[in-house]
Design a protein around this ligand. Sequence first.
Ligand code: DX5
Ligand code: ZN
Length: 226
Amino acid sequence: MTAGRVEIAASILNADLGALREAVLAAESAGVDRIHLDIMDGQFVPNLTFGLATVEVLRAATALPFDAHLMMLSPGRWATRFVEAGCESVAIHVEAPDQHRQILDAIRDSGGRAGVALDPETPIEALAPFRSQLDFVLVMTVKSGFGGQAYRPEAASRIAAIRDVVGNADGDSLRVHVDGGINAGTAPHATGHGANLLVVGSALFSGGNPAQMAEAVRVIRESTSP
Ligand code: DX5
Ligand code: ZN
C-alpha cells in the first residue's frame, strides 16, 4: 500500500463473469494496483455474484492484493474466511444487522485489514462506534448492489466529515476508499475530497479490450495525479 499515491482497485463485477481469471490478468496488465471483489448474497442487496471458491481460483492467478467488499446480511459468518482465502482487506456494510465490532476484530485477528462500507443514504454517524477498529472506510458513491451506476458526488463530499467522525487524532491517517461510478471524469472529484483508493469497474471493463483498459487506467491516474 503506497502512502500518497492514489491506488486503483479493479472491480470485476462488470467483467465477463465467464472469464474472470482473464479479466483479473487483463486488469493487472493494464496497471491496476488491486482487485476489488464484490461479494453479494442476494439478500442484503438484490444481486448475487460469486463466493469463496471463485476467490480462491483468482488468488492462484495473480499476486495483486485482493479487497473483499461483503454486501451480505450476515458478514460475520464469512469475513475471516475471505482473509483466509487470500484477501488483504475485508469491508463489511455498516447497514448490515450484524455484530460489527466482533467482526472487525476478527478480521484483524486473522491478519486482514478491517473496513466498513457506507451507502450514500446512511448517516456518517453510523461509523462512530467503530472508530478505533477501522483500517479504512469504503465510501459508496452509488447504492451498493450493481455496477454501471452514476457517480453521486454528494457521497464523496462527505469524506472530510467522515475523517472527523472516524479518523484518529489527526483524521488523515484513516484511509478512504471510494466505490461506484468512478471514471476519468469523476475520479478527480473523489480524490479532491480525500479518497486514497478508487474502485473502478465498468470504466475498465466496458471497453472489452486490454488496450482500452490500459488507457482507462492511464487517464484515471493522470486525472488524479497532483
Ligand atoms: C457496487 C460495487 C462496486 C461496483 C463498481 O455494489 O460495490 O464495486 O461494482 O462498479 P462501477 O465502477 O461500474 O460503478
Ligand atoms: Zn464494491
